[in-house]
Design a protein. Sequence first.
Length: 202
Amino acid sequence: MIEDRFYKDFIKAKVHFPEIEYEILKNHAFKYRLLGNFKIVDDEGTLWGEFKTAIYFKSNYPLGFASLQEVSEKIPREDKRHINKDGVCCFCDPLKQIEMEMKPFSIYDFIKEYTIPFFANQIYYEHFGEFKNGEYSHGEEGIWETLEEEFGTKNRTEIKSKLEYINSKPGRNSLCYCGSNLKLKHCHWEMANRIRKLSKKL
């Protein structure tokens, strides 16, 4: 059962993050709310900050796009900080969002790959006025920037051509869009499915 899977993953994550707890929500878009106080510590053991956080998971966990909310109100509620007035964080690019909807993602993985890096990046911004690993715009422009990075070009005419090919739904034995001369099934088959889904938002 899904609840059994969530509980087992929760216990595994709690080994690394002892302060986390969770509750099951009713009449809510998400089914599980994970609560925790996450500390940002560097390799030398220096504590740079800590953030009280709520993470929301859907009923089809471990699938489904999760939501990250900073509830300690330490981060200014500004678009440039990628956090809205309710503390909901924009923590990954659009392709990663779709990957999370289509590929199983555990509680521990979400904390390690998204939660901790997001808050570490916010601390970096406080000190240097920019994000260490760059950032994406919001909305449609952010989708184009994501595709530029994935395709390795800023030429949007070229990107549109690749999108047309991907959206024509080539078979697994068709050549990959990346130019490798490999069949899609041996190259970017899963990514092509994600890109096709993302392109519908343009």
